[in-house]
Design a protein around this ligand. Sequence first.
Ligand SMILES: Nc1ncnc2c1ncn2[C@@H]1O[C@H](COP(=O)(O)OP(=O)(O)OP(=O)(O)O)[C@@H](O)[C@H]1O
Ligand SMILES: [Mg+2]
Length: 249
Amino acid sequence: MKLHMQGLSKSYHAGHPVLDVPEGTLGEYGLEGLIGPNGAGKSTMMGLLTRRIAPSTGSVTLEDGKTTHRLNPLKSHDVARLGLVKTNQRIQGFESLTIRDSLRLAATPFGQETYRGVLRDTTMDAAIETEIDAYLARFKFDDPDGFAKSGGEKKLLDILRCMILKPRMLLMDEPTAGLPDDVTQEVMKLVGEKVKAKEMTVVIVEHDLELIWKHCKYVHFLSEGAILFHGTPKDVKKNRVVAEKYMGI
Ligand SMILES: Nc1ncnc2c1ncn2[C@@H]1O[C@H](COP(=O)(O)OP(=O)(O)OP(=O)(O)O)[C@@H](O)[C@H]1O
Ligand SMILES: [Mg+2]
């Protein structure tokens, strides 16, 4: 899946937009990075792409190989139904559901997602329960029938909830911030498997540049709301603008 941005901008106040992308494409290379300094507009871009944030100008289209979908008229849950899903930089919720139930909620067919419905549902597909058990074991949750406690656990749960939705394109906003190193490695292994199997296209926002260089095939550099450079990790690493504006070299 690919996302095209055309004349896409977001301004909160009259004057300087926080994002301004005349033209751009994400998702051509399987696993891509989106990097840039704090406040560059990375989360804003991901919010615009998934219709969590309404643009000030411009449009977004999603290409799924057969159809080109105009996303502007859609709500974020319609976008998710098309297979485009986003993880969150800041995590909320998870207080009222156990770890297992919040994964079961993610697996509930669209339109039936009510807490009580999920908890009462004893007919949930055995294959989904098996998949959930496999994730719980793979990521070694101490107490899957308790509540997520640490920020890291909630962050991981947010990622796994997205995985259970089986998106065709996944946008990850600082997925590994706050995760222990071994969990980060396992998350990246999981992402790598999905991309390799061509099950999904992934775009990752991260400040951990080593992770970006190691895993991404292509990297977009955003600064002050504009995509200033994009290329292979090798090209981005040696680009002067990136070095000056972000790496402080
Ligand atoms: N709701 C809002 N109202 C006003 N300004 C906002 C709002 N949301 C974001 N901004 C501003 O937009 C700019 C871009 O923010 P954004 O969160 O997209 O940056 P980012 O690249 O994700 O940064 P970080 O790496 O710190 O997460 C920032 O200057 C921010 O203060
Ligand atoms: Mg951000």
